[in-house]
Design a protein around this ligand. Structure first.
Ligand code: S3P
Length: 430
C-alpha cells in the first residue's frame, strides 16, 4: 500500500494519540498473572499489543473487549498460566518477545516464541544470557542469539545483573523472571530506561524498589493485585505532531492526555533544546503514570547534539529528531545511538537513506547521524521499510516537503498507530 502526502496547510486542532504501547503491553502481561479482574481503558489496539493479547490467550488467559478500547482481563494468578498448545507468535513486537521470554522462563512448562522476519533478525542473546544465569533452559537460533526461542521454564534463582545495553525490555524480562526466582533479583542499568513495569508492579503489591539506576525485586509469595487503569497517550506517537507543528510555519496543535513519565520525555527535552515552543497543560496522573496535554506552536528550531542518557529516553523518536535536524538552523548530531540499528529496521541506515531520497544531505555514522540545516526537502518516492516509526516520520516529512511525496508500505503504522494517516489528513488537510 502506498500513500501520497502533500505540503500541509495551516495546522490547528487537537489530537488524541493512541494509548501508550509500552504501558499497554505491561498492563496485559502483569494483569494476566494477577489474581482477579482488571479493566484497562484506552488499551492500544495496534498490531504489537494485539500480538501480546493473542499470546496470552494461548497461555490460558481470558480477556474480552468491553468496548472499542476497554479491555477486561481475567488474571490467572501467580501460577495459573498453562502450557501453550501452539507456538507463540510475537509478530513484529520486540516487547512481546522479550517480556514474555522472562515470564515464560519462570513457568513450569515448555513454550516457543517466534515472530516475523524483522523480529527474527533482532538480538535475543541479551535476554537469553541473563535468564540462563538465573537457571532458565532457553535456546535460540543462530547460537542462541535469535528467535525462535524454545523455553523450558522453572526453577530460577535471583541474580544481580548489570545490563550491557540500556534496554527496558531486557530489564522488564528479568523483573518478570525475578518475581518467581529464589532470593532477590537486582538489575542495574547503565542509563535510566522506561520504568512502567516497576511503577505498575509497585501498585500491584510486588516487593520492588527502584531508582538511581537499579531495580530490586523479590520473589512474589502472595498474589499480585490486579491493576485497573486508563492507559495514557503514547508520547512516541505524539512526537510526530510535536515535530510537524514545531517545524511548520503556521501551527498550533494540542495533543491531549499524553504520558509525561520522565523516562519517556527525552523528545520534549531534545525539542526544547532545539528551541521548540512546547508546553505542558493540565498535568495529572492516570494510575501509575503522569499525564499532560502538550501544546506545540510553530518554532524556529536550531540544531542540537542528542546523545548520552537522552538516547534511551528518546530512542523511538530519533528518526523524527533527525528530520527536525534537517530543517533546523545549524548542525544536529545524534550520537551514542547504535541501538537504533537493532530496531524494527536499522533505523540509522533507513532514516539516512529515506531522508536522502527527499533531497537531504545526511551523514550516516556508526552510532548515529549528523545533518546540517536548514535544508530543503523535495517530495519524492520513499519507503517505510516495513517500520512503523519510519512510516510516520516520512508522513511528517512529506507534509513539510515541497511537492508531492509518495510513501510505500504505509500499512506499517498499524503496529502502533493504526489511524495515523487519518489523523494526518485531519490535521494537515491531506
Ligand atoms: C520498549 C523499550 C525500547 C523501545 C521499544 C519499547 C519497551 O526497546 O525501543 O519500542 O516497551 O520496553 P529496548 O528495550 O530494546 O530499548
Amino acid at each position: 500500500m502506498q500513500r501520497r502526502v502533500r505540503p500541509s496547510r495551516a495546522l490547528r486542532g487537537t489530537i488524541v494519540p493512541p494509548g501508550d504501547k509500552s504501558v499497554s503491553h505491561r498492563a496485559a502481561i502483569l494483569n494476566a498473572i494477577a489474581s482477579g479482574q482488571a479493566i484497562v481503558e484506552n488499551f492500544q489496539r495496534g498490531a504489537d499489543c494485539l500480538a501480546t493479547l493473542r499470546c496470552l490467550r494461548l497461555l490460558g488467559v481470558d480477556w474480552t473487549w468491553r468496548d472499542e478500547a476497554t479491555l477486561q482481563i481475567a488474571g490467572r494468578g501467580r501460577n495459573g498460566l498453562r502450557e501453550p498448545a501452539a507456538v507463540l507468535d510475537c509478530r513484529n513486537s520486540g516487547t512481546t518477545m522479550r517480556l514474555l521470554s522472562g515470564l515464560l522462563a519462570a513457568q513450569p512448562f515448555f513454550s516457543v516464541l517466534t515472530g516475523d522476519i524483522s523480529l527474527r533478525g533482532r538480538p535475543m542473546g541479551r535476554v537469553i544470557e541473563p535468564l540462563r544465569q538465573m537457571g532458565a533452559h532457553i535456546d535460540g537460533r543462530s547460537s542462541d542469539s535469535l528467535a525462535p526461542l524454545a523455553i523450558r521454564g522453572g526453577g530460577l534463582r535471583g541474580i544481580r545483573y548489570c545490563l550491557p545495553v540500556a534496554s527496558a525490555q531486557v530489564k522488564s524480562a528479568l523483573l518478570l523472571a525475578g518475581l518467581y526466582a529464589e532470593d532477590e533479583t537486582v538489575v542495574q542499568e547503565p542509563m535510566p530506561t522506561r520504568d512502567h513495569t516497576e511503577r505498575m508492579l509497585r501498585i500491584m503489591g510486588a516487593e520492588i524498589e527502584f531508582g538511581e539506576g537499579s531495580v530490586r525485586v523479590s520473589r512474589q509469595t502472595g498474589e499480585l493485585t490486579p491493576i485497573s487503569l486508563r492507559i495514557p497517550g503514547d508520547i512516541s506517537a505524539a512526537a510526530a505532531w510535536l515535530v510537524l507543528a514545531a517545524l511548520h510555519p503556521d501551527a498550533e496543535v494540542r495533543i491531549s492526555g499524553v504520558s509525561v513519565n520522565p523516562t519517556r520525555t527525552g523528545v520534549l527535552d531534545a525539542l526544547h533544546m532545539m528551541g521548540a515552543d512546547i508546553h505542558l497543560e493540565e498535568e495529572r496522573t492516570w494510575g501509575p503514570e503522569p499525564v499532560a496535554d502538550i501544546v506545540v506552536r510553530s518554532s524556529r528550531l536550531r540544531g542540537a547534539v542528542i546523545g548520552g542518557d537522552l538516547i534511551p529516553r528518546t530512542i523511538d523518536e530519533l528518526p523524527l529528531l533527525a528530520l527536525a535536524g534537517c530543517l533546523a538552523e545549524g548542525e544536529t548530531v545524534i550520537r551514542e545511538a547504535t541501538e537504533l540499528r537493532t530496531k524494527e529496521s536499522d533505523r540509522i541506515g533507513t532514516t539516512a537513506a529515506e531522508l536522502r531520497r527527499l533531497g537531504a544531505e545526511v551523514e550516516e555514522r556508526a552510532d548515529g547521524l549528523a545533518v546540517c540545516g536548514p535544508q530543503r526537502l523535495r517530495g519524492s518516492t520513499v519507503s517505510s521499510h516495513g517500520d512503523h516509526r519510519l512510516a510516520m516520520m516520512l508522513g511528517v516529512a512529506g507534509a513539510l516537503a515541497q511537492g508531492e511525496t509518495v510513501i510505500r508500505n504505509v500499512g506499517a503504522v498499524a503496529v502502533s498507530y493504526p489511524w495515523f494517516w487519518r489523523d494526518l489528513e485531519t490535521l494537515a488537510g491531506q
